[in-house]
Design a protein around this ligand. Sequence first.
Ligand code: ADP
Ligand code: MG
Length: 315
Amino acid sequence: GSNFKLRTDADVEEVYRLGPALGHGGFSTVRLATHRETRCKFAAKVCCFVIIPLPPRGSSTNKYNCSRSVILREVDVIQRLEHPCIVKLHEWFVHGGKLYLIMDLLAGGELLDEVEEHGPLTERQARAVFLQLLLGVQHMHSMGIVHRDLKLENLLMERQGDLASVKIVDFGFAKKCSSSSEECLTTVCGTPEFMAPEVVRGSSKVRAMLEGSPAASDSFTPYNAACDLWSCGVILYMLLSGQAPFRSSSHPRLLRRILAGHFSMEGPAWKGISPEAKDLVAKLLVVDPHQRLTAAAALAHPWMKGSGRRGGAVG
Ligand code: ADP
Ligand code: MG
């Protein structure tokens, strides 16, 4: 955004009062932050640097982004995005070996908790949530950014119980991938249950583990933005049924199921769910990334327009 600010010379605690933790991730703690002057409330994502030499005074932020640790990539990526379905970064601080991202406060909590507490959504609710997810994904992909860690924990509501206020967070794994048609990503990352087969398959280490032979070299087969649409398929499956499409207590078996695209939409959890909804899930959970729907194609799917059989108000 245009009013985007980097503060490397200021102590975050002089500007914001940091309150209790709102959530924890693998790499960070997110705390309530109250602006001391305006009293406005934000969320501060606090990440520790391993080694982070401060840039010389007067050096451009751009140069700083390019030349420093991976952790700064999140800032580099998120500052390019401006969309109602993506969390907004207001300013950021580097202070005392830590990075502080001052973001919108999304006080409604994770969609994961919503589904775990209240069970599956109605089709109408799921459609409202999924529309926001797809719009956010379409925007980031149009900006050449792949999220790579889309999951229910990374979809937050701005207001408690308001399913129309969903925003995508956590660009910690996100990467620039300028061409959507070319395979330009090589790192295996993400959360297994939500990981696309081409991401799983990409690692020779994973291949070796599944085949029971040692890895010849640690090579990767590149993949692209389509991996986010697989994760969207996993998310839609979970919103509708309350269950994960790929689950197993054994890690290799889980990965094998993902690679084979083995999932089921039978059983009591899927009873009464419209064929259109199942069709959209099936067109996202497609093993071949080239055959998988894009965000734009998913937005144009009949289910996104239609009215589900299982009604109910949104929110
Ligand atoms: P990590 O990169 O370490 O996974 P996240 O960005 O996913 O960190 O944040 C970790 C958790 O903190 C989230 O799952 C969520 O519960 C909470 N959180 C993140 N961003 C916000 C926010 N803007 N407002 C409120 N809570 C947030
Ligand atoms: Mg996270």
